[in-house]
Write a protein that binds this ligand. Structure first.
Ligand code: UDP
Length: 309
């Protein structure tokens, strides 16, 4: 099969392209390289079944040839990045999603939207289940990301309803692994980077907020199961093992540099207090659940960051 993947040079997109090529498919990857990097594609560039085009999804997608599936992952994804580029973030979720949906429609292809747990905002239902509509501040600093993904979900459903497109929507929870950018500000690279440098780990707030971390290979499995499913409504993909950020800081210290101090900094506005996916639907509909324990995934991630220093 032939796949069109936006965000191909990004953290999740590049792992997805690796998997598709390993499975024998053809892939055309596009990325504007605003946060993605060619280095993430170093194993694919030059491969006979892989093509890379530097392209911004907010411009119409005019790729040659037929596609069986269109996977839309292009987006800024880290809070630090979308605070810095709020307009680009809104554009890739809105115009970018529309352009990718049009590509899907032209080819009568399957379509996957990479959406997010941020659709639930600062949730008052826990764990988060797909039927929960969320608690998003529409004018706060995170709204550029949250609302663009909520719009992206809405227009994806509209293309399904109006054009009969075979759309799927993944609500992706916190994901980690090799190829995260060391400086993207998210908690996994930030803590590992500080620990490797022997700097104190900076916990925002009192560290009682929770997150649940999924290893990228597990996530890629889930995305592919979903792409080929007949489920049209959103499906949570994430690892339900929940921990506080303070527990996570201690975990990283123990793994890299025990005894390192932990410092506390102000909590960013609208930072979600609790986040854990209910993955009952993914288990039921896709037969999917994550397999990689945090200890193993973090070991791989640490060794990647060590090799990059
Ligand atoms: N966080 C932290 N220190 C950091 C980076 C993040 O304490 O250096 C916290 C952040 O406030 C949030 C959690 O870790 O509560 C996860 O943040 P991240 O930016 O990774 O993603 P989010 O889940 O908020 O989208």
């Amino acid at each position: 099969m032939r796949f069109l993947v936006s965000g191909a040079a990004g953290f999740i997109g590049s792992h997805l392209c690796d998997r598709l090529i390993a499975d024998g498919h053809e892939v055309a990857g596009i990325d504007n390289l605003i946060t993605g990097s060619r280095a993430n594609l170093e194993r694919l560039l030059g491969h006979p079944r892989f093509q890379f085009v530097e392209h911004d999804v907010t411009r119409p997608i005019g790729m040659d040839g037929h596609f069986d599936a269109v996977l839309h992952l292009a987006s800024l994804a880290s809070p630090r990045q979308y605070y810095e580029h709020p307009i680009e973030t809104l554009e890739s979720g809105s115009t970018g999603t529309r352009n990718m949906l049009e590509a899907g429609r032209r080819h009568n292809a399957r379509f996957l939207l990479a959406s997010t747990s941020e659709c639930y905002g600062d949730p008052d239902v826990h764990p988060q289940v797909e039927t929960y509509w969320g608690n998003v501040n529409p004018v706060g600093p995170r709204s550029c990301y949250d609302e663009s993904k909520r719009y992206a979900e809405a227009i994806t459903m509209a293309y399904h309803r109006v054009h009969g497109l075979r759309t799927t929507i993944a609500r992706i929870f916190n994901t980690y692994g090799p190829r995260m950018a060391l400086d993207d500000g998210r908690v996994v690279p930030a803590f590992i980077d500080h620990a490797l440098k022997g700097k104190p780990l900076t916990v925002y707030g009192d560290g009682s907020q929770t997150r649940s971390f999924c290893y990228v290979q597990d996530l890629v499995d889930g995305l592919l199961c979903l792409t080929f499913s007949d489920e049209r409504y959103p499906v949570n993909l994430g690892n339900p093992t929940e921990m506080t950020i303070l527990e996570f800081a201690r975990f990283i210290c123990n793994a890299v540099n025990p005894g390192l101090p932990i410092e506390f900094e102000p909590l960013p506005q609208d930072d979600p207090k609790r986040r854990r996916p209910d993955i009952g639907k993914a288990k039921r509909v896709l037969g999917w659940e994550p397999k990689v324990p945090l200890e193993d995934g973090i070991r791989e991630t640490i060794s990647y960051f060590r090799s990059r220093r």
